[in-house]
Write a protein that binds this ligand. Structure first.
Ligand code: NAD
Length: 474
């Protein structure tokens, strides 16, 4: 059992103000794997006071020095990479091999990348007779989800620290142990006290206390559109800056001239990564009506390759979902798909056989889906792909954009220029062209109800800066 009974506030491990704890379940077994404190508003008050007290000193620490600390954090995480991968594989359910590469690898890379960016970034520039200085926004409240828990933390904490902000982190109550490892690494790196603080607890309690706190200057949130709307409402009372990375329902547009086999394979992989619990998951595959039968066959075949199993086993390709709640939610969406008349090509809502006792769902493919169906409009957050036939390119673009979301997408064509033309017409923040690789320096974020603001690279740093003009005489 992983037991954590302290919070990290003001550079020290301190007892929480209340005795209540939160059970954390292993995704692969469904059993309690440990407990963390259920923090309260008092804990948030203490953490914000520490972050506020540290702000002046940290914001005036040279960027070069801040970069040294960030590099130390990256090195510290690297030294614990195996432990991180195992912890997150248990919390989230991602197969261990992938968890090592993605869940542990990306945060290590991002802290190092922000060390580099902090060193190179121009924190001031001359515009005519003005000196424009880029100052940290202040105390940042970071609220994060469970699906890529440490990656999402790193995309907030690393650029905020690089910018000179101090941070109070409220990680997901479903996958919080990785955040404790980060706090230990931060402590070992010797960051000045109060620059980074960790408070665990439930969203509506500690999350909201953080959003409401008058000494918090900005909230950076990643999570559901539902919680993002609530956070915006609460923050608006203080005209507080909010960055929101929310949900998605991304379309993979397979054009007439695409390599169908490669496009289907890429889409199924992009849909099922992390058991579909990926905000950019390609959950709607748009195919020319004339190629529908072939695409359906290829997708159903590809689904068979996703063997379910224990996330800690090296051979597992598809892990469980992260929680009982997710399991029920995803199964109810699959039932809804059947009820609304979509064709079930693979998987289904019934429990899979031969898997351990965790939150497993069958990799599921629906065919002949209409974009108006619930499974094509709402974010399912499970391994469920909807194949939607279209008659021509105009209709494909229309369907891709007929969504309240606009986070990501993909376009496939043998002609790169053709693919790019279509990609430019899709209203979403990140479009993969013919399976183009993930780029950690490219801006990441949404159009429409997928949120606003951008994370990653220099764009992610700029989120945490205020601009000030000094009007000079000479
Ligand atoms: P969630 O919104 O339930 O929770 C996210 C975080 O917000 C948690 O720490 C939670 O405790 C907190 N929270 C909940 N209600 C709150 C409130 N009223 N005030 C303050 N904090 C509150 O989301 P989740 O289930 O953990 O994550 C899944 C969602 O996250 C999906 O919708 C997914 O698409 C989205 N997501 C988006 C991105 C992105 O970058 N766009 C990345 C990953 C996940």
């Amino acid at each position: 059992m992983l037991m954590r009974d302290k919070l990290f506030i003001g550079g020290q491990w301190v007892a929480p103000s209340a005795k209540e704890t939160i059970d954390v379940h292993s995704a692969g077994t469904g059993e309690v794997m440990g407990k963390v404190p259920a923090g309260t508003e008092r804990d948030i008050d203490a953490a914000v006071a520490a972050a506020h007290a540290a702000l002046e000193g940290w914001s005036r620490t040279p960027a070069e020095k801040r970069a040294e600390y960030l590099q130390k954090i990256s090195d510290g995480l690297k030294a614990r990479a195996e432990e991180l991968a195992k912890t997150i594989a248990q919390e989230v359910g991602m197969p261990i091999k992938l968890a090592g590469r993605i869940q542990a690898g990306l945060p290590i890379a991002n802290f190092a990348n922000y060390a580099k960016i902090a060193r190179e970034f121009k924190f001031e520039e001359r515009v005519g007779n003005s000196l424009v200085v880029k100052e940290p926004v202040g105390v940042v409240g970071a609220i994060t989800p469970w699906n890529y828990p440490l990656h999402q933390i790193a995309l907030k904490v690393a650029p905020a620290l690089a910018a000179g902000c101090t941070v109070v982190l409220k990680p997901s109550e479903i996958a919080p142990f990785n955040a404790f490892i980060l706090a230990e690494v931060v402590a070992a790196a010797g960051l000045p006290k109060g620059v980074f603080n960790l408070v665990t607890g439930f969203g509506p309690v500690v999350g909201e206390a953080l959003v409401k706190h008058p000494k918090v200057d900005m909230i950076s949130f990643t999570g559901s559109t539902r919680a993002g709307k609530r956070i915006s409402e609460v923050a608006a009372q203080q005209v507080k800056r909010v960055a929101l990375e929310l949900g998605g329902k991304s379309a993979s547009v397979v054009l007439e001239d695409a390599d169908l086999a490669a496009a289907v394979k890429g889409t199924v992989n992009g849909c099922f990564l992390n058991s579909g619990q990926t905000c950019t998951a390609l959950t709607r595959m748009l195919v020319p009506a004339a190629k529908y039968e072939e695409a359906a066959k290829l997708a159903a075949e590809a689904a068979k390759g996703f063997t379910l199993g224990d996330p800690l086993a090296e051979t597992t390709r598809l892990g469980p979902l992260s929680s009982q709640m997710q399991l029920e939610r995803v199964r109810s969406y699959i039932k809804k798909g059947v009820d609304e008349g979509a064709e079930l090509l693979a998987g289904g809502a019934d429990a899979p056989e031969g898997v351990p006792g965790g939150y497993f769902v069958k990799p599921t493919i629906f065919g002949k889906v209409k974009n108006s169906m619930t499974i094509a409009q709402e974010e399912i957050f499970g391994p469920v792909l909807s194949i939607i036939p279209y008659k021509d390119e105009e209709e494909a673009v229309k369907i891709a954009n007929d969504s309240p979301y606009g986070l990501a997408g993909a376009v496939w064509s043998k002609d790169d220029a053709h693919a790019q033309t279509v990609a430019r017409r899709i209203r979403a923040g990140q479009i993969d062209v013919n399976g183009g690789a993930f780029n950690m320096n490219a801006p990441f974020g949404g159009f429409k109800q997928s949120g606003h603001g951008r994370e990653a690279g220099v764009y992610g740093l700029e989120e945490f800066l205020e601009l000030k003009s000094l009007q000079l005489k000479g």
